[in-house]
Design a protein around this ligand. Structure first.
Ligand code: SF4
Length: 176
């Protein structure tokens, strides 16, 4: 399968997971997805406070090259849950398939956790100590959401979407 086919098949599998999880577990998954999105928004707000927009404009998104494996299964599930079509152009190498000339096509709450958590040296140098502690707490929160959602669904949702979609779903379940 090529990247586009993996992408589409991953989205279909995620839709199935969301639809198949009944009752209380379904509610728990929905709550985890909301928490995951809000935590990413909170991280973006911290970084925004220290002038990330200007830093990123100056650097023209060097950290956004070759990013096709950055979106994991749980990131993608948040898109599916929000009823959004996942944006991806696998022909625009080396630019990330989810990037545009104007920056990332995803709003902060739906951006891959790996991207939201990446703090480059230029931004790191501007962060006061209290922000670092806050970011560490938020990172733990994101990782906990992924862990709990993986346990609920029986899938390794922290795996990059394109790799997860290429794995045998049944075989994968026994390893969670
Ligand atoms: S998903 Fe968005 S933020 Fe992450 S590497 Fe791609 S363009 Fe950059």
């Amino acid at each position: 399968m090529d990247d586009r086919q993996l992408w589409d098949s991953g989205a279909v599998r995620l839709k199935g997971l969301l639809a198949d999880l009944p009752g209380e577990d379904g509610l728990k998954l929905t709550r985890l997805l909301t928490r995951y999105r809000k935590t990413k928004e909170a991280i973006a707000a911290v970084v925004e406070e220290v002038g990330a927009a200007f830093v990123c404009l100056e650097c023209a998104g060097q950290c956004c090259l070759n990013g096709k494996y950055r979106i994991n299964g749980f990131d993608a599930m948040a898109h599916v849950k929000a009823g959004m079509t996942l944006p991806a152009n696998f022909n625009q190498k080396p630019l990330c398939p989810y990037g545009t000339v104007a920056g990332c096509s995803m709003e902060p709450g739906l951006r891959p956790a790996d991207c939201i958590l990446f703090i480059c040296d230029a931004i790191d140098g501007k962060l006061p100590p209290q922000d670092r502690s806050l970011l560490t707490a938020h990172e733990q929160d994101l990782r906990e959401c992924i862990r709990k959602a993986s346990r609920l669904t029986g899938e390794q949702l922290g795996t990059p979407l394109l790799l997860w979609a290429g794995q045998d779903g049944e075989k994968n379940k026994s390893k969670v």
